[in-house]
Design a protein around this ligand. Structure first.
Ligand code: MIC
Ligand code: SF4
Length: 640
């Protein structure tokens, strides 16, 4: 039987298990990446493992999320990551060099390789034919140490792009259309492959826009074939030697099929507050706009920025609009500076921000109260921008630039003839902001400022557990709900005790104090609990607060893995109707917890005056981790 692209890469990297859907498989990981907001924890965990030098082909530590340095904390985090990287064989991309996913695509990504990153948008690498996964920091630490990365063998989905993308309709509109069709839960447990005649007309950065937002589908990852377009991109990056062609076999079998008809696709937007709340610009109408932000790992490539510059050239943005531009990398920024496009952007009245995540993770540029902000980003969760009542629309760079000129949500097709942007034959290559690891690691001292605090470790699973329900949530709770980011909190990513005061702060501000009063307890979740980011803080902080189990209707993949890694038991209602039987502050007991988890069957729950069953759908390896109180404890037990 023929194979899909993903199956071919999985097969070539399989070190454990069988490629049978739903069963856990272990993969050899060629490359890893971290960013600063998750990196400190990942490296603390890596250090705890006692491995000297990374065992991967390439590991890179990026500084891109928090670059504000509004106090010593952030600068200390950078120093810590820089010194750990230098000591342990990891390349270090300094603050200002760009957003991890964009820089990785430019300088390190290679078709056919596996990559895991402590950031949910690591699947951006699928645009260059990598099998790239977002993961928790501990999983990345394990991979750096040469350990396998485990996932349940996913289903295979094919999205066929038919016809030809029409002028002013962008890659962003393609992925918004896929989100409209599949929803934010539609990709869970699936790898999405793009195929069809539309593929050849998309450049690598455009493909990367699409694979990037596969994270919003909840997908395990997304991937494009590696073809002549990939080859040209790599050659233009001076890395033609890593090119390898990749395609699916003609008789490859897919579990699900979707089609996007490019001929009839129109400019789209994801309306507040979910990436799948998609409508056409025409349907949404001329909504007055206060802010437009162009950038993020989704849409900050040279190609994106050149289109924006061409739209803005010789014009001025509307007086009521604030337009921010964050080029994705030093390479992009420098090329815009050298060819004059930056001047077109500045002259139009745009505000130029650093090459970093910036407004996407709430590092400044929060909109005004109830403000409308059009963003080329990937997430529009409520409050993520830093303004709770702001209305964020996710749009293409073309739509954002057009709307910045008119002051209202504008279909870029009204702008007349579309400028043609050629991909450059040679990108500007300057790796001076990427520091290689030390050749004399024994001389490198790891620098730990006072903000670097130890991370919490779980305890072995007790025979039984009884406690209070400390929170009951709705569906689609994101990790931004569990632990917000933004400029006020990101400096405390390496300080779990401090960060814990903000757990669920925008959902139920009493949650941290309630946990303290009750000595921890159990969280009840709806479906798709923990969607969004890979931040393992969303598990480590509840662990620190004494949360022992999360009982939900369903989980997002990365968050569930993070819960297991930290030793919190992820349970799902065997009968979702039992969700209604449990109440906030009610008692909940698991009388046979350890024995039932260990046996691999269902778990008995007593709550709301009822006894009912829950499932603990984990692999044998994860079961071991839960019994030991987390993956690090388990690894220690195994190595004895
Ligand atoms: C995000 O986009 O939410 C982040 C910030 O990049 C996160 C990682 C983090 O929380 O540090 C992600 O997507 O994984
Ligand atoms: Fe950074 Fe935003 Fe991309 Fe996350 S989604 S990596 S915050 S740019």
């Amino acid at each position: 039987m023929g194979m899909t692209i993903a199956e071919k890469i999985l097969k070539a990297h399989l070190v454990d298990g069988e490629m049978v859907q739903g069963q856990e498989i272990g993969l050899r990981i060629d490359q890893t990446l971290t960013q600063d907001a998750t990196g400190t924890m990942a490296y603390l965990q890596f250090e705890a493992m006692g491995v000297d030098q990374v065992k991967t082909e390439r590991s890179v530590a990026y500084i891109d999320h928090n670059t504000l340095q509004s106090g010593f904390e952030n600068a200390d985090d950078h120093k810590y990551i820089g010194s750990v990287a230098k000591k342990h064989g990891i390349y270090y991309s300094k603050a200002g060099n760009g957003i991890c996913h964009q820089v990785h695509l430019e300088r390190f990504g290679a078709p056919g390789k596996t990559l895991i990153g402590s950031d949910s948008h690591t699947p951006t690498g699928g645009g260059i034919g990598m099998l790239a996964f977002g993961a928790g920091g501990l999983d990345v630490a394990v991979a750096m140490g040469g350990g396998a990365y485990y996932i349940p063998m996913p289903k295979m989905v094919r999205v066929t792009l038919t016809g030809k993308l029409q002028p002013w309709v962008a890659a962003k509109d393609i992925i918004l259309e896929v989100l409209r069709q599949m929803t934010v839960k539609g990709g869970v447990g699936k790898i999405i492959e793009y195929a069809g005649e539309g593929v050849a007309m998309l450049s690598v950065p455009e493909r990367a826009t699409i694979t990037n937002m596969g994270a919003e589908l909840g997908a395990t990852t997304s991937i494009f074939p590696s073809d002549e377009v990939t080859k040209a991109f790599l050659e233009a990056q001076g890395r033609g030697d890593v090119y390898a062609p990749l395609s699916s076999d003609p008789d490859a079998v897919y579990d699900e099929e979707y089609t996007v008809a490019l001929d009839t696709l129109a400019p789209l937007a994801a309306a507040p507050h979910m990436p799948d709340n998609v409508a056409s610009i025409a349907e949404l109408g001329a909504i007055p706009v206060n802010q437009c932000c162009i950038g993020s790992c989704t849409n900050s490539s040279y190609y994106d920025m050149m289109k924006v510059a061409a739209i803005l050239k010789g014009k001025h943005i509307h007086p009521d609009v604030s337009l921010t531009i964050s080029p994705g990398s030093m390479q992009v920024f420098n090329m815009l500076a050298k060819n004059g496009a930056l001047s077109d952007i500045i002259s139009a009245g745009a505000r130029i921000l650093e090459c970093a995540c910036g407004p996407c993770i709430g590092m400044g540029q929060s909109p005004e109260s109830a403000g409308v902000s059009l963003r080329t980003f990937n997430r529009n969760f409520e409050g993520r921008s830093g303004t709770q009542d702001a209305k964020i629309y996710l749009v293409s760079p073309e739509t954002a630039a057009a709307s910045a000129l008119t002051g209202v949500l504008t279909d870029p097709r009204t702008l007349g003839e579309m400028p043609v942007i050629e991909m450059p034959a040679h990108f500007d290559i300057n790796d001076s902001m990427i520091l290689p690891p030390s050749e004399h690691p024994e001389t490198v001292e790891v620098q730990r400022g006072p903000n670097i605090k130890p991370f919490p470790l779980g305890e072995a699973l007790p025979d039984s557990y009884s406690g209070k329900i400390v929170l009951k949530t709705e569906d689609n709770i994101t990790t931004d709900h569990i632990l917000p980011a933004g400029s006020k909190l990101l400096p405390y990513r390496s300080n779990i005790p401090y960060y814990s005061n903000y757990c669920f702060i925008n959902v139920d501000p009493k949650f941290p104090s309630r946990c303290q009063e009750q000595g921890g307890g159990v969280i009840i979740g709806g479906s798709n609990y923990g969607q969004g980011s890979s931040r393992e803080h969303a598990a480590l902080v509840p662990l620190y607060l004494g949360v022992r189990a999360v009982l939900a209707k369903s989980f997002a993949r990365i968050h569930k893995a993070n819960l297991v890694n930290s030793g919190i038991v992820p349970l799902t209602f065997a009968d979702p109707a039992d969700y209604d039987a449990v109440e906030l502050l009610g008692m909940i007991s698991f009388p046979n917890l350890r024995a039932e988890i260990s046996a691999g069957g269902q778990v008995t729950v007593q709550a709301g005056g009822k006894t009912f069953m829950a499932d603990c759908d984990v692999s044998d390896r994860q079961r071991g981790a839960l019994l030991a109180g987390g993956t690090l404890n388990y690894a220690k037990q195994q190595s004895k």
